[in-house]
Design a protein around this ligand. Sequence first.
Ligand code: R5P
Length: 286
Amino acid sequence: MPQFMIVIGGTSSKMLAQDLAKELGCKYIQAHVSRFPDGECYVRIEEENIDDEVVIVQNSHPDYNLVELLLMQDAAVGLGARKVTSVVPYFGYARQDERFKKGEALSAKVMVKLMELSSKRFVTVDVHKPIILDWFRGDAYDVHAAPCIGEFFKGHGVDLVLAPDEGALQRANEVARVIGAECDNLEKTRLSGEVVRMAPKNVDAKDKNALIVDDIISTGGTIEAAANQLKVQGAKSVTAVCTHGLFTKNALDRLRKCCNAVYSTNTIENEVSVISVAPQIAKAIR
Ligand code: R5P
């Protein structure tokens, strides 16, 4: 690790930035951010000069956070920062990594191009499509939240870790390994035009304490369907955890009705973001 490093937190990621500074054993500065009456963003880093390496922690989602991130990068460069690392814990627009239909924007690439304007190194967490890191001109790392999630659930009596689909199985496996639990993925079987059955592919969930692990919870529809089916199959308890808790459309309230507990990491700070990914980010930066 370089001798002098400063972590600067933006408004989306204050807790995570402070955790990260502690992990790295370096100085923490909270960026001053306010809004002009017309809604434009104003950013100031209240330091005389910075001749160290700077780590900025700020999400790019929703859009107003992206503007804040870009202004923070420029403010750090303006103060003389030697090298700017941008930690973007939740990278928005990562699902649009292709022009799926003619005439669409290649949104993920646009975001990467903006972020590399004043930044030499880029770190994100469980990015939805890791391929987008290849578009970043400097060094880019995607950190896995699974070791932190696994540590959090160690000793909590989880018997079975489940991925909501086969694509998410690797993450669930990583979590299960740390906990020392069984692992499987849920599989959808269409029984008729309207009826879909969702069940663990290989393992019986009966009388098990199940933990469903996903990268994103947005509307909560995926987890709700999975949790309801696991209860039908006799699971003793169902807990849901995700890396990025977007929880749109009252998702958290709905999930509390079908799950025994819901948690997320602190890539997006919310009322259940109790799992810090700072140790994994610090490892990548070191
Ligand atoms: C899908 O590819 C993702 O991994 C999540 O499963 C999805 O984004 C969850 O969305 P929702 O909470 O709206 O079901």
